[in-house]
Design a protein around this ligand. Structure first.
Ligand code: PLP
Length: 704
């Protein structure tokens, strides 16, 4: 990949070269303290004054104050503290000030948390009240109208960072003017700078915080506008800088850099205007729609910043989409806080009343007003490539083992299901499919042209019956006549190693035999060749064990039916791995349980001194399609983590041959390395920090 396509501008932006230059200047030539009275100090003071003058003009601050802060979070604290201190005083003087601190339900957490914190710390005793938004994310003005007479302070952002929804500030101002003329009003303007017109002194807004790093200035610098006449209490007291309003020696590098961005805004020839940005959004939306036909955009474009697209794709969790985009060098973010296993739903989208799949599956794509047509061209091309990658057939026969048989792991929320398939026999069997993945699994099974022989459960998952029903329904239930735990009613029989007779289904040259659990409501399935109707212990290659083998008694019960080498596929991790062997379980191979991590800076030398080492890319196949990996001249072999079980025999065939697993962030590769380690592979490594640290993606500012 030639360079990053950075589409996460609402999180932060790169630094404008002119801003970086200005910052460097203040560190090299103009390094003085603006409070010093000598010439060096005076030169620094001139930089400070010029930046502030520009800020005043760009914001339309009129006679209001503009002070430099460390960022919007500080500006928000200062505004909240100022308002609460004034409200306390007014209330102590006998004035009715209202009892509510009203904030939009979709405000950045810095706002609601600051209100709660300062209200508690000052013992102010106000009640916090989240103002609901409508389905487009706009404040419910009807409800504001009702609540406003009780409002002491109102906080409503100018534009939302997750969705780009632009607030109706004129509408809010009208309600406040009429129903809450003395309530203080803070408008978080972080996402507005450079994207919406600002003329603050001609509004009713009392406080407006800004952040430099959302518009091409560095992190750690921001501004706070305070309306002329609005109360002010310093948050930081000390040497009296910023006319005593915010003490501490000024962040001159940050201020100079922000000054350069403000200069670019003022000159008007650096950043794209609304129409050009809206045209870029249209092109991105078209590429996304082509790539993911079921896509739903979470905000109406006409009410949102043109630079933010928030969307969800049915049956594609945001984590999978993020992995896919990242593989293509496209940096986007989940529209919600994303944990390793599953995305926490976005409170912003929840407040808009969107269904669960859209609140937890949301992806945000945001760009800055410096974007060029070439940049958008490349972004669209990569998005389309992601769409092609995601459509590739999933259940393809493995290239590595050369077999026609395959085994796909299906993991969701800590539980594992499996699809066993045989291309020669055109058949597949699903075991413990997670309900949440049913539609996707059905599409994969049908898309691969395979006949479903059975949809089975091991009984490990209490919800398993529902999940199997969902999958059967998604498959149209074709040809699957299900009895207990999904077992087909008309199966054959085989004799197992302990002489017992078990029901069995033929799949290709193998049989899948069912062993009932001791409790009668669980089952374990054994796969292997059964010539003359006998499935000997040594012939069992795979065991779908559910939760049986995780208990000692369960492992012992299996011991008479298979050898220590058969691969056990579990319903949930056992010792950190989704598959193990009885031998591996017994010997607890690596006493420490620590994964062998390889630092990225060691990799080059390691590969040089280990000619036979294999780099194994465990990202999913669609990620590899979106962007393949080659490190230090060695191409990585793709073996998706979800197909690792299928390749384990191959890897264990050469237990001394070094394997270096790689993935995006180092998490999936650590799972793969641990799994192999537990199975006795002596040289299974995980590349620490993943491709993110191993590959130097150069950010090409010129492409913006
Ligand atoms: N408000 C909004 C709308 C934001 O997007 C952010 C940044 O994520 C903040 C406040 C906090 O800004 P800062 O990082 O400058 O403290």
């Amino acid at each position: 990949m030639s360079h990053d396509i950075y589409l996460d501008a609402n999180a932060t932006s790169p630094v404008l070269p002119a801003a970086a230059g200005a910052a460097l200047d203040t560190m090299r030539a103009c390094f003085g303290n603006p409070s010093s009275s000598h010439a060096t100090g005076l030169r620094a003071k001139a930089v400070l004054d010029e930046a502030r003058a520009r800020a005043r003009r760009v914001l339309g601050a009129g006679p209001g104050r503009v002070l430099f802060t460390s960022g919007a979070t500080e500006g928000i604290q200062t505004a909240v503290l100022s308002a609460l201190c004034a409200l306390r005083e007014r209330r102590a003087a006998g004035e009715p000030v209202g009892d509510l601190l009203i904030y939009g339900a979709t405000e950045h957490k810095a706002v609601s948390e600051s209100l709660a914190h300062w209200n508690r710390l000052l013992g102010a005793g106000f009640t916090l009240c989240a103002l609901p938004v409508d389905g487009a994310g706009r404040h419910r003005l009807d409800l504001l109208r009702e609540l406003a007479p009780r409002a002491a302070m109102v906080c409503t952002m100018a534009a939302n960072n997750e969705t780009g929804t632009i607030s109706d500030l004129d509408g809010i101002a009208a309600v406040l003017r009429e129903r809450a003329p003395r309530a203080y009003w803070m408008v978080d303007c972080v996402q507005a700078l450079g994207k919406l017109p600002l003329d603050l002194a001609n509004t009713r807004i009392d406080y407006a915080p800004f952040s430099g790093h959302k518009l091409y200035a560095p992190k750690g610098i921001g501004m706070l506008y305070v309306r002329d006449g609005a109360p002010y209490t310093p948050l930081i007291i000390g040497g009296g800088q910023e006319a005593g309003q915010r003490s501490g020696t000024e962040n001159m590098a940050g201020i100079a850099a922000l000054g350069a961005v403000l200069a670019a805004l003022e000159q008007g020839d650096t950043f794209r205007g609304h129409q050009a940005l809206a045209a870029m959004r249209e092109r991105l939306a078209a590429a996304l729609t082509e790539a993911f036909p079921g896509i739903v955009f979470n905000t109406p474009f006409e009410l949102a910043l043109p630079t933010t697209l928030n969307f969800a794709v049915p049956d594609l969790p945001s984590k999978d989409l993020l992995d896919l985009f990242d593989a293509a060098g496209v940096r986007v973010s989940a529209g919600s806080a994303c944990s390793a296993a599953k995305a926490a739903p976005s409170y912003v989208l929840q407040a808009m009343g969107l269904p669960a799949w859209r609140t937890s599956g949301a992806v945000r794509l945001s760009f800055g007003p410096l974007a060029t047509d070439e940049f958008i061209d490349e972004a669209c091309a990569r998005i389309r490539r992601c769409g092609q990658a995601v459509r590739r057939p999933a259940l393809t026969a493995s290239g590595l083992s050369g077999a026609q048989q395959g085994l796909q792991q299906l993991s969701f929320d800590g539980r594992h299901g499996w699809i066993l398939f045989d291309h020669a026999a055109h058949a597949c069997i699903a075991i413990d499919p997670p309900a949440a993945m049913a539609t996707r699994i059905a599409a994969q099974m049908q898309g691969s042209g395979l006949r479903t022989l059975a949809v089975l459960g091991t009984g490990a998952d209490p919800e398993g019956g529902d999940a199997r029903a969902v999958l059967r329904a998604a498959l149209g239930a074709a040809g699957v006549d299900a009895g207990t735990l999904g077992w087909p009613r008309d199966s054959a029989a085989v004799t197992l190693a302990d002489g017992s007779v078990a029901a069995a289904i033929a799949i290709g040259d193998d049989v899948l035999a069912r062993v009932s659990g001791m409790d009668g409501c669980s089952a374990v399935y054994l796969l292997g060749r059964a010539p003359k109707g006998r499935l000997d212990a040594a012939a069992v290659r795979l065991v779908f064990a559910g939760d049986t083998a995780s208990a000692d008694a369960g492992a012992q019960a299996l011991a008479g039916l298979l050898t220590g080498d058969a691969l056990l596929c579990h319903g949930a991790d056992v010792g950190g791995a989704s598959c193990t062997t009885l031998a591996g379980l017994r010997s607890a191979v690596d006493g420490t349980g620590e994964v062998r991590q390889m630092a990225p800076e060691r990799l080059e030398a390691f590969l040089r001194t280990h000619e036979d080492a294999v780099l194994v890319d465990v990202r999913e196949a669609c990620e590899c399609d979106a962007g393949s990996v080659s490190l230090h001249g060695r191409a990585a072999q793709p073996v998706p983590l979800s197909r690792l079980a299928e390749h384990i025999g191959h890897f264990l065939g050469a237990p001394q041959r070094p394997l270096v697993f790689v993935c995006r962030s180092g998490k999936r590769s650590a799972r793969a390395a641990l799994c192999l380690q537990r199975l006795g592979h002596a040289q299974a490594w995980s590349l620490a920090g993943g491709l993110a640290l191993a590959v130097q993606f150069d950010f090409d500012f010129a492409s913006l």
